[in-house]
Ligand binder design. Structure first.
Ligand code: GLU
Length: 377
């Protein structure tokens, strides 16, 4: 691929693997990080929003606590992650602050992206941070995650984050510069694919399970991540992070593989919403709310006339017009009980009615799909 692989993206999740962030002795590469920060500052000057998903907590913490990641028990790794995460996020903070960029740490567990209710929370916070022009620095919450309940590798975490914030670009920086038909370190005839439109079973076979010395992901986890992202309307760029200023290299035609999404994130989100099988309730709206939704706005409590059914925050509900016709569906930001209590009220009154500060909208416009109109497209 020639040209700038990142030019079309508006919101980019950049995943940094442990192997490129540190040397063999598990020491952070400060100069490399300084170059990355410079690149990120450049992306932001070009009007793009950036989120970072970084590995490295376990490796750095292991060095501090003098344990080896590959030979230690889970509790030890979790302790290592706790110690390492502080250093890790500090290193990003230091590097990015030189460009006047504020960072914020977010630690996620799979529940935060897989359970709708929690998903709304994590997304709300990330959106706010982006609105404040902060760069979120995200990792798995390794300290509390157990083996059964982990993303396991940060490639998948990064893809889930991309899906969560409806990013249109995911960049996986690792020690390999793209997808090959075989492991290029062992097969000289391995062919590099610059552009991929769809991931096939054959590609999964080609990927095998090759890993690297420091990180936990191999080509397989990268393909799985690209698949999740593509389904969410997000294109994935697989590129080498072993060079100085890796994003700058990508923007100047550097070697990579682009897994091109055929959809936009908004269209993919709507498809996903439309495909949720379990709908738990119904919200009957007044004419004003229907008009506002048609204009692409979110649903506010003031436009809600009646609540039917029993649902929890994050559940899918049907939206119906004053005559009872089904308009579409959305994810409720409030439970049925709460929705009934704030029905017909102004958003500013929510706190005094419920006794706590909730969200100002009942269904966010990103969580809404309209039946039978072109807004679905
Ligand atoms: N979350 C792990 C860490 O920060 C890394 C997982 C991975 O390498 O994919 O140490």
């Amino acid at each position: 691929m020639t040209g700038n692989a990142l030019s079309d993206f508006r919101r980019i999740v950049i995943k940094i693997g442990s192997a490129i962030l540190m040397d063999q002795e598990r020491r952070l590469l400060a100069d490399w990080l300084a170059g990355l920060a410079e690149d990120i500052a450049g992306l932001r000057r070009a009007g793009k929003q950036v989120l970072i998903v970084t590995s490295g907590a376990v490796a750095i913490g292991g060095r501090i606590l003098k344990i080896h990641p590959r030979r230690s028990r889970l509790e030890e790794l979790q302790a290592a992650a706790a110690a390492g995460q502080v250093r890790l996020v500090n290193a990003y903070q230091e590097a990015l602050s030189r460009h006047g960029i504020t960072v914020a740490q977010i630690l996620l567990t799979p529940d935060d992206t897989e359970i709708h209710r929690r998903f709304l929370n994590a997304r709300g916070t990330l959106e706010k941070l982006l609105e404040h022009e902060v760069v979120p620095v995200i990792n798995e919450n390794d300290t509390v995650a157990t083996d059964e309940l982990r993303y396991g590798d940060n490639d998948r975490l990064a893809a889930r984050v991309a899906q969560l914030v409806m990013a249109d670009g995911l960049v996986l920086l690792s020690d390999i510069d793209g997808f090959y038909t075989a492991d290029p370190r062992r097969h000289t005839d391995a062919e590099h694919l610059p552009l991929v439109h769809g991931i096939t079973d054959e590609m999964f076979e080609m990927a095998g399970a090759a890993g690297s010395a420091v990180g936990s992901g191999g080509m397989l986890t990268k393909l799985l991540a690209a698949k999740i992202a593509m389904r969410a309307g997000c294109s994935t760029v697989l590129a080498s992070g072993t060079v100085e200023r890796p994003l700058h290299a990508l923007m100047s035609g550097g070697k990579c593989t682009v897994f091109l999404a055929g959809n936009t994130p908004a269209a993919a989100r709507k498809q996903w919403l439309a495909g949720i099988l379990e709908v738990r309730g119904e919200l009957r709206l007044d004419a004003g709310a229907v008009a506002a939704l048609r204009d692409g706005k979110s649903l506010l409590p003031v436009g809600l006339v009646e609540v039917i059914g029993n649902f929890r925050r994050g559940d899918a509900v049907t939206l119906v017009d004053p005559g009872g016709a089904e308009l579409g569906r959305g994810l409720a930001a409030y439970s049925s009980e709460e929705a009934s209590a704030i029905r017909g009220r102004q958003s500013e009154q929510i706190e005094s009615i419920l006794g706590y500060r909730g969200r100002s909208v009942l269904v966010h416009r990103d969580d809404l799909v309209w039946f039978g109109s072109q807004e679905n497209a």
